[in-house]
Design a protein around this ligand. Structure first.
Ligand code: URA
Length: 207
């Protein structure tokens, strides 16, 4: 069995045994992550929604389908990426995460990043972008600019010794309601494609 796969399984079991968070009591399943444990690119969303809670798998609802479409534009399949959320349990009625929930979950997200060591991390949406660019510090999030200014812009970051490039993207759920954002997201995906050496749609080589 692949080493990173085993490490992620151990981490998942650790979380199941140790995480003491009220969200656990109100949700159906843990939503830990999906995809390739050796991926060059990791996507990080905010928290599971209803479909994710019921299935135990991140980004399986409408937003997930939107993300799948974008991935296929750079010829990436789920087998080549890893997808996770900041929170691993669904907040009731999809409300924003609370500070203590974030603080309790963050060590597990950082461990996931340390195991996978992705070349690129794409933060999905405003919340995830602000949290990660504030260096996982909830109290500093407000100081980070919004996704409308940051999407598609590369930021080099060292996360607990892991050198990576953050590329924020609009949240796929936002694209469902504002198709203009999909055009922006396609442009932003070209930036990601370049970093990981993929071609963008129709095998066109990027400059
Ligand atoms: N939105 C998220 O941020 N994460 C999911 O897993 C689903 C929807």
């Amino acid at each position: 069995m692949n080493e990173n796969y085993s490490k992620l399984e151990l981490l998942k079991n650790k979380l199941l045994n140790e995480l003491d968070c009220p969200l656990k009591d109100n949700s159906t399943n843990l939503v830990f992550g999906k995809g390739n444990p050796n991926a060059q690119i990791m996507f990080i969303g905010e928290a599971p929604g209803e479909k994710e809670d019921l299935s135990g798998v991140p980004f399986v609802g409408r937003a997930g389908k939107e993300l799948d479409k974008l991935l296929s534009k750079i010829n990436l399949s789920i087998d080549e990426v890893y997808i996770a959320n900041i929170l691993k349990y669904r907040p009731p009625k999809n409300r924003d995460p609370k500070p203590d929930e974030i603080i309790k979950h963050t060590p597990y997200l950082i461990e996931q990043i340390k195991i996978i060591k992705p070349k690129v991390i794409s933060t999905l949406g405003n919340y995830s972008t602000k949290f990660i660019l504030s260096n996982f510090n909830y109290n500093e999030m407000k100081k980070v600019e919004g996704i409308q200014n940051l999407h598609g812009i590369k930021h080099n970051m060292n996360i607990n010794g892991i050198e990576t490039i953050i590329v924020p993207l609009y949240h796929p759920a936002a694209m469902l309601y504002r198709p203009k954002l999909r055009e922006d997201a396609e442009e932003d995906f070209k930036t990601i494609a370049k970093i990981i050496g993929k071609t963008f749609e129709n095998q066109k080589k990027l400059l």
